[in-house]
Design a protein around this ligand. Sequence first.
Ligand SMILES: Cc1cc2nc3c(=O)[nH]c(=O)nc-3n(C[C@H](O)[C@H](O)[C@H](O)COP(=O)(O)OP(=O)(O)OC[C@H]3O[C@@H](n4cnc5c(N)ncnc54)[C@H](O)[C@@H]3O)c2cc1C
Length: 427
Amino acid sequence: MKQIPYWLDTAPPLPDRSGRPLPDQADVVVIGGGLTGLSTALHTARKGARVVLVEKDKVGSGASGRNGSMCTQGITITTGQARERYGQERARELYDSFRHAVDLVEELTLKEGIDCDFRRSGRLGVAFKPAHFERMRAKQRDLAENFGHETTLIGPGELRTELGSDYYHGALLDPLSAGLHIGKFVHGLAEAAERAGAEIHERNAATALRRTSAGGFEVETLNGLIRARQVVAATDAYSDGALSWLRKRLICVGSFIIVTEPLGEELAREIIPNARLVVDSKNIGHYIRLTPDNRLAFGGRARFAPSDPASDRKSGAVLKREMAEIFPQLANVRIDYVWGGSVGFSYDRIPHAGENDGLYYSGGYCGHGVQMATYMGRALAEMMDGRPEANPWRGLGFPKVPVPFYNGTAWFLPFAGAYYKVKDRFY
Ligand SMILES: Cc1cc2nc3c(=O)[nH]c(=O)nc-3n(C[C@H](O)[C@H](O)[C@H](O)COP(=O)(O)OP(=O)(O)OC[C@H]3O[C@@H](n4cnc5c(N)ncnc54)[C@H](O)[C@@H]3O)c2cc1C
């Protein structure tokens, strides 16, 4: 069993972008080589700016290369919560930004020629309990009436046409969500950014950041100092001490994925006949999809633990057991891959982006960063070019995690995990 992301293992080999001489000046320095950083670099370079991106490890080594590869519609909180907090009009704007974000990912694959298996295969939200299906009924109405989004309800009796399992109690199908091969997309985005003129420096962490009297920044990196007019923190759940302001605002939650051996066409079609992206309605739920070569990728938070090699193996064992409960046909299949990563959650469970003391940032995508991080890269380029209205999350603040002395180490997560397990059991 390999302990690396299937998506990175099956993408074309990456060029080595480490050890390049760092210029001493740029218009914009982007810190972090995930989807936020790469998309910012691409869209800022397209405007003619000199952009230098520094990445601590390799491009895509953070969450962007190790996720569920689902580019889905729908906001990170319920539409009801969004309406209650922000009013119907703003809630609609935020909801629509996810739709535009999926469109942008598609547009980039087409315009930049990124061959990454992007396909609008649809998202099947499956109900873990009958009560959850009733909520889906109300959600379907709300989406159609207030958010211009048509979805299809699938009753428990018809669910076998979509899923080879009797575990769930109905589903809501959104036709617009897309699956893609995230490893290929991340690589393609890096190449597109370079074609636009951005420089990428791998294995070169930013270690400190200082404002200059002229209003710009000095960024200290492992390979030297670089000055820039503008700096973007694109480090999300992988933010370290150099970006402690961001760390104090994010809760990093471990999420894990196993990938089976290839199942063959017949078994794959039995499990997910229409190759949908499947997400269940539990609090500690699962995200499930077929890979382009007909393996099953089965993800979840498993143990509410941080990711490291030993923890990933333990979480993999939990996921394997849960997969066999849902799909007994897969009880004896081999698991070829297991890995984990950190998902950046904000305290109020919406993404946040803006400028703090001259530093631009975007993160806290709460498990919806494939599309939103890519979208926010373009928004950041516009914001830095004097168009703050390009930021759908403008004016929403960015609350600190309200835990005394919190510095980004979420010691309380096992307690939260226990609470959600109880909730899943009884509600
Ligand atoms: C297991 C898992 C499953 C997920 N599934 C999905 C999904 O199916 N759909 C979805 O929409 N979202 C999903 N997500 C979330 C999504 O992957 C993230 O929201 C998104 O990738 C965040 O992108 P980013 O560029 O902001 O951050 P990242 O991709 O995490 O990139 C941050 C980068 O910053 C670098 N860095 C950190 N500090 C420094 C420094 N000091 N100097 C230089 N570089 C630095 C890191 O090395 C890292 O490469 C999942 C996440 C995980 C972990």
